[in-house]
Design a protein around this ligand. Structure first.
Ligand code: SF4
Length: 341
C-alpha cells in the first residue's frame, strides 16, 4: 500500500480500516508526510465544513466526580481539594456571560456522580433557558435513559460518553475506578434517544495502532457526531506525572486520519493541545472545532484547570473565573481564512 494512493483515495471517499492503519503506521514520516496528510485532511474538512470553525464555551464543573480511585491522568488524582461545583444560579450567570462573548455553543462539564445526575439536568436546563446557546453536556456514565430524555426535552443537543481508549487493559490501567462497558452503553443510549454523541479519544496513554483503528471504526459505526481527540498531558502529582506527554504531531496525525475516515463529524482537540499557539496545526490537520479555546466560567483552581492566556479577558467575581480566549483564537482563525462561530 502506498501512502500517496491512500491519500488520493481519502480525498474522494472515506478511508477503510486498512488504509487508516497504514497512515498511522508510516514510520518514515517527516515534513513531506505531514504536508501530504494534512493537505488531504484539510481538503476534506473544507468540503464538509466550509470556512466555519466552532469555538465552544465551557462552564463547569457542575458536580464533583465520585470515580474512585480517580483516573490517573486527571487533576483529581493529585488529591488536592477541589473547589465546590457550580450551582444553578451560577450556571445562569455563566451562560449569559458566555453568550455575551459571541459564543454559540456551550459545554456543561460534570463529573461522574449518579447522585447528582438530576442536578446536571437542572444546570443544563438553566443554561438553555437563560441563553440562546446550543448546550451540550459532558458527564461520565451517570446519566440514565430518563436523564437523557429530560436533557433532550430541555433542548440539549449533544451528550458526551468518552472511552479515551478502546483497549480494556489500557482503560483499566489509566481509569482503574471507571467502567468501560458502562461508557459504551451510555454512548449507545445517547444515539438511541436521538441526541448527538460526543466521544473523546486520548492519544499517548498506551493504545496501539490496532486500538486506535478499532476505536475510530467503533465510533464511525455508532455515528459519532463530535470526536474530540486529546493528548496525554501529564499533571504533576498524578500517577502519570512522569509519563511522556503526547506530541502535537501525534495528536494531529490522528485528527487527520479521523477526518479522512469520519468525513463530516465535528472533530476537535484537547488535553495538551488546549493552547491557541497550537490552533493553526489543528486546523491544518482537519479539525473544525475547539472546546477549550473560547470562553470559560469555572472556579479558581490550585491545580490543573485552564491556562489563562495573556491576551484573554479574565476576571474573578464571587469566586468564579470568567475568562475569554476568543479574541486570541478568533484572530488566528481569521488569519487562516476561517470564520469563527
Ligand atoms: S471520570 Fe473524569 S473527572 Fe472523574 S476522575 Fe476520571 S477524568 Fe477525572
Amino acid at each position: 500500500m502506498r501512502t500517496s494512493d491512500v491519500l488520493a483515495n481519502g480525498t474522494k471517499r472515506p478511508l477503510t480500516a486498512e488504509e487508516a492503519a497504514h497512515l498511522l503506521s508510516v514510520e518514515d514520516r517527516g515534513l513531506a508526510f505531514y504536508n501530504d496528510i494534512f493537505a488531504a485532511a484539510f481538503d476534506v474538512r473544507q468540503q464538509a465544513k466550509g470556512r466555519e470553525f466552532i469555538l465552544d464555551g465551557f462552564l463547569g464543573t457542575v458536580c464533583e466526580c465520585t470515580i474512585s480511585p480517580p483516573c490517573h491522568y486527571c487533576a483529581r488524582a493529585t488529591m488536592v481539594d477541589f473547589p465546590p461545583p457550580l450551582g444553578v444560579e451560577e450556571v445562569r450567570d455563566g451562560a449569559r456571560y458566555i453568550q455575551g462573548t459571541g459564543t454559540r455553543r456551550l459545554e456543561i462539564g460534570a463529573g461522574t456522580n449518579p447522585a447528582r445526575a438530576d442536578h446536571i439536568v437542572q444546570c443544563a436546563r438553566a443554561a438553555a433557558e437563560s441563553s440562546t446557546l446550543r448546550v451540550w453536556v459532558n458527564a461520565g456514565p451517570c446519566l440514565t435513559k430518563s436523564h437523557l430524555e429530560q436533557l433532550k426535552d430541555c433542548g440539549v443537543e449533544e451528550v458526551g460518553a468518552s472511552l479515551e481508549t478502546i483497549n480494556p487493559e489500557v482503560f483499566l490501567r489509566i481509569k482503574p475506578g471507571d467502567n468501560m462497558e458502562k461508557r459504551m452503553q451510555l454512548a449507545r443510549e445517547i444515539k438511541a434517544v436521538g441526541l448527538k454523541l460526543t466521544s473523546v479519544m486520548m492519544v499517548g496513554v498506551g493504545s496501539d495502532i490496532e486500538d486506535y483503528v478499532k476505536h475510530l471504526f467503533w465510533l464511525k459505526e455508532l455515528g459519532v457526531d463530535h470526536f474530540p481527540i486529546t493528548g496525554l498531558n501529564p499533571i504533576p502529582g498524578t500517577p502519570l506525572a512522569t509519563a511522556r506527554a503526547a506530541s502535537p504531531l501525534e495528536v494531529c496525525r490522528m485528527v487527520a486520519v479521523a477526518r479522512l475516515v469520519l468525513r463530516d463529524a465535528d472533530i476537535s482537540v484537547g488535553g495538551m493541545m488546549n493552547d491557541p499557539r497550537l490552533l493553526p496545526l489543528q486546523v491544518m490537520a482537519g479539525a473544525n472545532r475547539a472546546i477549550h479555546l473560547g470562553a470559560h466560567v469555572h472556579r479558581p483552581r490550585r491545580t490543573g484547570g485552564f491556562r489563562n492566556w495573556p491576551a484573554a479577558e479574565s476576571k474573578e467575581v464571587n469566586d468564579l473565573i470568567f475568562s475569554n480566549l476568543r479574541p486570541t483564537s478568533e484572530a488566528i482563525l481569521r488569519e487562516l481564512g476561517l470564520e469563527p462561530t
